[in-house]
Design a protein around this ligand. Structure first.
Ligand SMILES: [Zn+2]
Length: 82
């Protein structure tokens, strides 16, 4: 269950209903997308941001290697960290 996606889906359905008398088929398509979002949100979980298990580590912003949090330059690709 992904509540945020469900909320967005409901909002999309509502705008679809609102657009239906104005645009006809287009509003129906929007509503259908909203319904699809709600259905999808039931089966999927919210995405968890990529974080290393070790709190003293982080991922290199370039090569995604696990490096020390205090590292200014990645030892693998030698790219400066932002
Ligand atoms: Zn790197």
């Amino acid at each position: 269950m992904w509540p945020l996606l469900a909320a967005y889906g409901i909002v999309t359905i509502m705008s679809g209903i609102f657009l239906l008398p104005i645009t006809g088929t287009f509003g129906m398509a929007i509503g259908l997308i909203g319904a699809l979002m709600v259905v999808t949100s039931i089966f999927v979980s919210p995405p968890t941001p990529e974080q290393p298990d070790d709190k003293s580590k982080k991922y290199c912003s370039y090569c995604i290697a696990e490096i020390d949090k205090n590292e200014k330059i990645c030892p693998l690709c030698e790219i400066e960290q932002i």
